[in-house]
Write a protein that binds this ligand. Structure first.
Ligand SMILES: [Cu+2]
Length: 166
C-alpha cells in the first residue's frame, strides 16, 4: 500500500514537471551584435492546457517583445495532430477567422490557412518596424478565434528580446 502511494506521488510529480519547467528563456534568444531575435514557436506545445496553443500560451497570454528594426527569426513547429500555422496580424478586434495577408512582409508560415501537419516546420523571417503591436495567430479557420494566438510587441526602448507572460 505504501509503495503504491509512493508510485502515485512520483507519477504526479513527473506529470507536473514538464509544464512548470518551461520558462520563457527556453523560447527566445537575442544576438545583440547581429540584432537578431530567434524565437521558437511551438504549436500544440505538450504539457499545457489543450493543443490549440503556442508555446503553451493562448489568448494573448504571452508577448514576444523585440527591439526596433531587429531581424526576427521564428522557428515554427507543429506538435499537434491537427494542422496549425502562424501569421503576424495587427493587434485589433475583430480577429479574422482565418489567415490572409501578414501585417509585415514575410511574417507567415507556408500553408497559412491549410496548416502544417504534425511535425511540420517552417521559418518566418522579417524585419521589425520602429514600433507596433501585433498578434501571432494560427491562420487555420477558427483557430485564432478559439484562442490560438499570442502577442508580438516592437518596443522602441527594448535592448533585448523577451517573452513576457501573464
Ligand atoms: Cu491552429
Amino acid at each position: 500500500m505504501q509503495i503504491r502511494a509512493l508510485a502515485l506521488a512520483v507519477a504526479i510529480v513527473c506529470w507536473a514537471t514538464p509544464g512548470s519547467a518551461q520558462t520563457p528563456a527556453k523560447w527566445v534568444s537575442y544576438n545583440a551584435a547581429a540584432k537578431t531575435v530567434t524565437f521558437t514557436l511551438e504549436a500544440g506545445a505538450p504539457g499545457s492546457n489543450g493543443p490549440f496553443n503556442f508555446d503553451g500560451y493562448t489568448n494573448g497570454g504571452a508577448t514576444l517583445v523585440v527591439p526596433p528594426q531587429s531581424t526576427v527569426v521564428i522557428n515554427f513547429i507543429n506538435h499537434d495532430g491537427t494542422p496549425h500555422s502562424a501569421e503576424l496580424i495587427p493587434d485589433q478586434d475583430p480577429m479574422p477567422n482565418a489567415g490572409g495577408d501578414p501585417a509585415i512582409p514575410g511574417a507567415y508560415t507556408k500553408d497559412v490557412t491549410q496548416g502544417l501537419p504534425q511535425g511540420g516546420t517552417d521559418v518566418m523571417r522579417f524585419t521589425a518596424p520602429s514600433s507596433g503591436s501585433y498578434r501571432i495567430f494560427c491562420g487555420v479557420p477558427g483557430h485564432g478565434l478559439s484562442g490560438m494566438w499570442i502577442r508580438l510587441k516592437v518596443d522602441p526602448a527594448a535592448k533585448s528580446a523577451n517573452l513576457v507572460t501573464g
